[in-house]
Design a protein around this ligand. Structure first.
Ligand SMILES: [Zn+2]
Length: 225
């Protein structure tokens, strides 16, 4: 049977939720999601967001238990890497922390490809934005190389193409697109902390708040401050 699934790497954040809504609305093929539970403070909130998206869109989202990954490296993994979203590449913190976090991200990509082959997909897409990709020059080339490497290892399996559909979009652009589709932004989670409300202070909260302002959209998020 020819591969027919489009697999989205999702986080429960604003961008990946818009990515899911957009894909389900515009794809002819089945859309699935994969989420990595790294056992970080925000993980329960992210999973709650994804469960709502999964029900709203009738879209299967696999939650992969990777809680042991960070824990196994405690004492060796730079601390800032433990408090980041997996797509954040740790923009703050020492250079080594950023480099190590990107190594962790490579684990997630190959795990997504492993799952992708299991569910017969030949497309995996990530809702990374222009400013995230600007911080990682050559990332699109890396994805092409990874695709070829996987093909070398698994010549009998379909080639998996990695896609970056939001590569030229800002978070404000994503918010505007989400508003057109009536995405329930209040159900999405961006904060690196896992409190009752978004903290309003961490870099991802600040980016979320600023992006609603940039999009001239009302922000439905409750912030602690
Ligand atoms: Zn926050």
């Amino acid at each position: 049977m020819a591969p027919s699934n489009h697999l989205l790497m999702v986080t429960g954040g604003l961008d990946s939720t818009v990515h899911a809504y957009w894909s389900v609305l515009h794809e002819k093929n089945a859309v699935r999601g994969i989420y990595f539970n790294l056992g970080r403070p925000a993980s329960p909130r992210e999973r709650a967001s994804l469960n709502r998206t999964s029900v709203a869109l009738d879209m299967p989202i696999e939650s992969v238990d990777l809680r042991g990954l960070d824990e196994s490296f405690l004492g060796h993994l730079p601390f800032p890497a433990l408090n980041a979203g997996e797509f954040d590449f740790v923009e703050t913190g020492p250079r080594l922390a950023r480099a190590v976090a990107r190594g962790g991200f490579a684990v997630l990509l190959t795990t997504a490809a492993f799952y992708g082959h299991a569910v017969q997909t030949n497309r995996i897409s990530l809702g990374l934005l222009d400013d995230q990709l600007a911080g990682v020059p050559g990332f699109a080339d890396y994805l092409d190389q990874l695709s070829r490497s996987l093909q070398t290892l698994q010549p009998a399996l379909p080639t998996i193409e990695f896609e970056l559909p939001f590569a030229s979009m800002s978070k404000a652009d994503v918010i505007r697109r989400g508003l057109e589709m009536k995405v329930p932004f209040e159900d999405t989670w961006s904060c690196v902390r896992g409190g009752e409300f978004h903290c309003g202070r961490c870099p991802t909260c600040q980016g979320r708040r600023q992006s609603f302002a940039d999009a001239s959209a009302s922000d439905p998020t409750t912030y602690e401050e």
